[in-house]
Each structure stands twice: as C-alpha cells, then as structure tokens.
Design a binder for this molecule. Structure first.
Ligand SMILES: *Cc1c(COP(=O)(O)O)cnc(C)c1O
Length: 367
C-alpha cells in the first residue's frame, strides 16, 4: 500500500496510448488541452506524458497555468486559450507563452508588451463563429490581422475558433461555424494574412469531423480516455486513465434506530455494519444521495450524508470487509466498474465536471 487514505491513480501509458490513437486518426499535430489541472489528472505530469507521446503544443485556460508549466521546466509551446489581463502580457511573452487575442481594445497593451519582449510576442487570434463566448466577430478579423501585422515584434502564430455543438449528432450548427471559418481563411489567405496554425477542433470534432482538423486539433477530454458525450464514441483502443481509490478507515455495528452521519438522514433498521471511507466533498465527491462504491469487487451503497472528508457505507452484504481494505470510487475492482459517467449521471452532471472537480488535496499517483 502507498500510505494514502484516498488517492488517484493515473496510468501514463494509457494517456500515451490515447494520444497515439487520436494522432493516427486525425493525421495532424495535437495541442494537448491541460487546463483545470489536466482535467484533474495533474497539470505537469500530463504534459510530461504528452511530450513523451510526441505532443509539441499544449493549451491552458489561464496564464497562471502556463507559468506553472514553465516553473516545472516544461518548455514546449503553450497557448493560453482564455482571457489574459493586461498586466500579464509582458510576463507571458518573456516566458515564451502564446496568448489568445480577440479584443481590439487590447492592441495598445499588446504593442507595448511586444516592444519590451525579448523575442517575438506570439499570439493566436480567436474568432467567434457561433459559440457566442470569446472571440472577435469574423467581420473584424481581417482588419485586426492587418493591424497586428503592423505591430513590431508580434508574431501571429495562429487563428482559431471553438464549436458550440460538436459533441452532438446534430450537425448543422457545426457545419455553419466551419463554413464561416473557412470563408474567413480564404479571405485572409488571399491577402497574405493567414497565420501558420489554423485550428478549430476540440475532442468531439477531432473524433467525428476530419474536415475540421486544419493544422492542429485541440484535444482535452479524449486524451484522458473519456468520451466528449454519449453521442461521440472514443476510438478503439482508448481507455480512461484515471481511477480513484481509498481505504476503509473504520467499521462498527450499530443497533436498530441509530442515525448515521449529519442530519441522521439515514437510520439503521436492524443491527447494521457501517464502514467509514475517508473521502468527502472536500475531495470532489458529492453529497447527492444514492452513491455506490466498490469494495471486494462488489457494489456497496453509501448511506447517510457525505461529509467534507468522509462518507459511510453499509457493509452487511460484505462480512469479510475489514479496516484497511481498498475502496474504489471510480474505476474497476474485480469484475465491477464505476465509470466517471456513472457518477456524473448520479450527480446530474457530465464526466468533465466529475474529473475537473477532483480536489488538489487528493494525492495523484502515476503508474
Ligand atoms: C477546453 C477547450 C478545448 C478542449 O475541449 P475538449 O472537449 O475537452 O476536447 C478545446 N478548445 C478550447 C478553446 C477549449 O476551451
């Protein structure tokens, strides 16, 4: 055993295998999207693993995440996909971090920071083709590229957009967004303004729409072996890289009528053998009722309210369970399996939120 009360196991070989499957499928370079602590899998370790698999670009949401990668000695290109406050432009360029640019109001800030930068300041222009979130309207893109080309020491490395509905079988929205982007590319190409890296595809598009690959695909959820939605399947050979484990910390038999945990929302009906698991909502588990965990390869019900650091399980069907036994919250045990998607449906959310919600305090163990 490893000395942890609850921990995540992340299989680096599985991540490498997933990346290889996707690379083979798309045939274009991949940006590994590692925002939110590598979707809960651990920011720097995921990037190191992706680099081992041949990935040469990664994407984060915030500039702080990019700084963390640089502090860890990771020197591959990093793009901040989201908004960066004016005050951080200089630091970012000094560390060779590429920024997403989308508002003409930041042109002066960009020009000033680029002037001070020790090397060309790299940016990607983000265009909003229908997500209605971040991005310049396509009508402004041509003009912005022209103005950007006139700023000293700025290198417009890429241009991109993001799909709103690529994870659905319903295709018209994605096709319409794709057409807007392609039209824009044609327009800027003929003016000699097309940046070298055009990219649009998230995992869902990379798995289902070869026409959206362009020069690079931005893959998040799929590289961790999780499907973007119930309507988009992973490729053969792809598997979830993460599992969640804990150890039974206490077992006690309570007489009938004993209230279990906060609020006594569960009361024993007979003599009941109750086990304690050192996992709670402070780790990213949820307080919803009806949770299930695996012990000795069997499905065991969680009873009573989930606390910040602990939860209770009913062990009557499992007389052989002992203190110290392994509990699986996500993953396989024996022939049973709890997928992130199963927790997601119980928690009324989707797999992305389950893994991103795994708290920083849970130790990550890499195999
Ligand atoms: C998060 C994100 C991605 C990755 O999305 P997945 O569905 O996890 O593949 C790609 N592009 C942008 C702009 C993102 O914010």
């Amino acid at each position: 055993m490893n000395g942890y009360s609850n921990w995540l196991e992340i299989d680096r070989q599985v991540i490498i295998g997933n990346i290889e499957c996707i690379n083979q499928w798309t045939g274009v370079p991949m940006m590994a999207v590692v925002k939110a602590n590598g979707y809960g899998h651990g920011l720097t370790e995921v990037v190191r693993t992706a680099v081992e698999a041949g990935v040469r670009y990664c994407g984060v949401a915030r500039v702080e995440e990019a700084f963390e990668l640089r502090r860890a000695g990771i020197d591959i290109p990093v793009l901040v996909l989201g908004y960066t406050p004016d005050e951080r432009f200089g630091e970012a360029f000094a560390q060779n971090i590429s920024l997403t640019f989308f508002q003409p109001q930041q042109l002066d800030v960009l020009a000033a920071a680029a002037r001070e930068a020790p090397r060309p300041a790299k940016i990607h222009l983000k265009v909003d083709t229908g997500m209605s979130r971040l991005g310049a309207p396509p009508e402004l893109a041509y003009d912005m590229l022209q103005r950007l080309s006139e700023i000293e020491n700025v290198e417009v490395e890429g241009i991109f957009t993001h799909f709103a509905r690529a994870d659905e079988r319903y295709a018209p929205t994605t096709e319409w967004q794709l057409r807007k982007f392609t039209d824009l590319l044609a327009e800027i190409e003929s003016a000699g303004l097309r940046p070298p890296i055009a990219h649009t595809a998230n995992s869902a598009a990379a798995l289902t729409r070869p026409g959206a690959n362009f020069d690079m695909v931005r893959v998040g959820i799929a590289l961790y072996g999780l499907a973007p939605s119930a309507e988009v399947e992973l490729l053969e050979g792809m598997h979830p890289a993460l599992s969640w484990h804990a150890r039974l910390s206490h077992i006690y038999v309570y007489p009938p009528g004993s209230g279990i945990s906060y609020g006594h929302i569960y009361t024993t009906q007979e003599n009941e053998r109750i086990g304690v698991v050192p996992v709670g909502y402070g780790d990213g588990y949820r307080r919803e009722e009806g949770n299930i965990v695996l012990i000795h390869g069997r499905r065991v019900p969680v009873v009573g309210r989930v606390c910040m650091d602990q939860l209770m399980v009913r062990l009557d069907e499992l007389p052989e369970a002992e203190i110290g036994d392994e509990v699986v919250l996500i993953g396989e045990q024996g022939t049973e399996r709890i997928a992130a998607e199963e927790l997601a449906s119980r928690w009324n959310t989707f797999n992305y939120e389950v893994v991103c919600g795994l708290s920083a305090r849970v130790p990550r163990h890499y195999t």
